[in-house]
Design a protein around this ligand. Structure first.
Ligand code: ADP
Length: 494
């Protein structure tokens, strides 16, 4: 008996694997969320930095434009004269129509624009220097550090810093002395092309942070949804996996138990067959010996008849024991050892076994071997024909005739044993080869094992057996056998 394939034991139990998958998935989503949030934050800072740079560039262009025109004159009633330009000869002028104008230099103009900008957009600009003319232009600590860095050649400093409790992107670049600057600042030692201070621009982060939070919120919701779907899928899938694994383990356990039970019942069967074969056959032989002896010595016909009946029943008992043990032995066999034999001689021997009974039944046998019929087979094959002939004598003796033909089919021999009895109804034909099937006992001795043994023997030779109707009345038992033995049968279709 071959063992059932074992379900391989896993290194990790299914429960642990599912939990590990859940933890891994959660970790993966956590890392992905952190990465995405970081990306959004970086984009916010980049956006703020771009805004700050654009604001700075715009300031510089306005200043340059003013510088190129040597300052601009504006209405003195709107913009008060700049006290820091008091030394300028034409700081204040009067138009022919009597309108008072005052000169606005780049620094003055930028300051006014910054004041306006702070009110409108919240963006702060600041011109500063380490030595400011106006005290209001003095740098705060962050600007001072940046200005010191410019002296060392740094071109830009930026950082997110709080200013008056609000978060700002602060950017600062140096202010380089241009030709026009020297008109006002010549006495302060400015050198053309060298930094003399810086412009700091501060972009409020509040609105950018609002947009940033919307992006982060979307990413969090997407990850959370993904996590929930994943965990739910894992829980459901894991549950059904666990259930099917439990089912498999149960089936495996049941299979093992069934195999164990089968082994035990096989052991008991073997024990029973041994008992039948040895312990029952021996006493039955002793009964036969003494019954035959008593029958010979007996002169009283009534008693003689009793002994005869005992002998008959005992013979049936012995046949049954022999057949049962033979059948179980054949059932256990997977293959038979074969040798070269002559099928014709085998048939003659089978007939010889029953010669006496055939004569007694008044049955004529029509069989004439035409030469040899060589076959690779086990000598037990003779039992096939002994049984078929015995059945013909038992069930078809009224036909008074038995015909045997051996046909050459190329790779096979086809043996036909034809009787002229009552025949077998179509519905019963397939059953007669299964054990303990007896159609009508009609006082005929038998165990119902004969044709089951025959079929098993034919199967072991990879042959075929079936029964047909004899057109002249009766049955034809057909046995097809591969000439080369069971091994050759695999190469050809019978
Ligand atoms: P049994 O021990 O009863 O003879 P078999 O297995 O040899 O058992 O036969 C099974 C049944 O097939 C028999 O009981 C009989 O009914 C039927 N049978 C077998 N051979 C013939 C035959 N030549 N003619 C009619 N019936 C037969």
């Amino acid at each position: 008996m071959t063992g059932r394939p074992q379900i391989p034991r896993r290194l990790l139990s299914l429960e642990v694997s599912i939990a590990a998958l859940g933890v891994l998935g959660t970790l993966f989503l956590g890392v992905s969320l952190a990465w995405n949030v970081n990306q959004i934050r970086d984009r916010t800072l980049e956006g703020a930095l771009i805004q700050a740079r654009v604001a700075y560039e715009k300031d510089i262009i306005f200043r340059r434009w003013n510088n190129q025109h040597g300052g601009i004159y504006v209405d003195a009633t709107v913009t008060p004269p700049n006290p820091y330009l008091a030394d300028m000869p034409e700081r204040d002028v009067r138009t022919p129509s009597g309108k008072n104008l005052t000169l606005v230099n780049p620094a003055y103009m930028t300051r006014q624009i910054y004041e306006l900008e702070a009110k409108v957009s919240g963006l702060h600009g600041h011109i500063t220097s380490l030595e400011p003319m106006r005290p209001q232009n003095a740098p705060d600590p962050w600007e001072r550090t940046a200005l010191e860095a410019f002296e060392l050649g740094v071109g830009e400093v930026h950082a997110v810093r709080p200013v008056a409790g609000q978060e700002y992107m602060r950017l600062m670049r140096p202010l380089i002395t241009e030709g026009g600057c020297l008109a006002c600042h010549h006495e302060r030692g400015y050198v053309l092309g060298k930094p003399w201070g810086g412009i700091s621009v501060s972009v409020p982060m509040r609105e950018l942070r609002v947009i940033e939070w919307k992006g982060i919120r979307t990413v969090i919701i997407a990850h959370l949804a993904l996590w929930l779907v994943g965990i739910a899928g894992l829980a459901l899938g894991g549950r059904s996996l666990l259930a099917s694994e439990r089912g498999l383990r149960r089936a495996e356990e049941e299979g093992r138990t069934a195999a164990e039970r089968l082994r035990e019942s096989n052991r008991l069967k073997d024990l029973f067959i041994d008992i039948v074969r040895h312990d029952l056959l021996n006493p039955a032989s002793v009964i036969r010996y003494y019954t035959s002896y008593l029958q010979e010595c007996e002169t009283d016909p009534t008693k003689k008849d009793c002994y005869l009946k005992i002998e008959g029943v005992n013979n049936r008992l012995m046949d049954l024991i022999r057949n049962a043990s033979k059948y179980s032995r054949l059932e256990e066999m997977a293959r038979v050892d074969c040798q070269r034999l002559d099928l014709g001689t085998m048939l003659l021997d089978a007939l010889a076994v029953h010669e006496h009974r055939l004569k007694e039944a008044g049955m004529a046998v029509n069989y004439l071997p035409r030469g040899e019929y060589p076959i690779t087979a086990n000598p037990m094959l003779e039992d096939v024909f002994t049984n078929i002939v015995a059945n013909a004598i038992k069930y078809a003796r009224e036909g008074k005739k038995l015909e045997i033909d051996v046909l050459d089919e190329g790779g096979n021999w086809l043996v036909q044993v034809r009787d002229f009895g009552k025949g077998i109804p179509d519905k019963d034909k397939p059953q007669i080869f299964t054990r303990f099937t007896r159609l009508k006992k009609e006082g005929v001795e038998g165990s119902g094992l004969g044709l089951a043994i025959v079929k098993r023997l034919v199967d072991l030779h990879k042959g075929l057996i079936w029964v047909e109707d004899n057109p002249a009345g009766g049955s034809v038992f057909c046995v097809r056998l591969p000439k080369g033995g069971p091994q050759s049968a695999d190469d050809q279709k019978l």
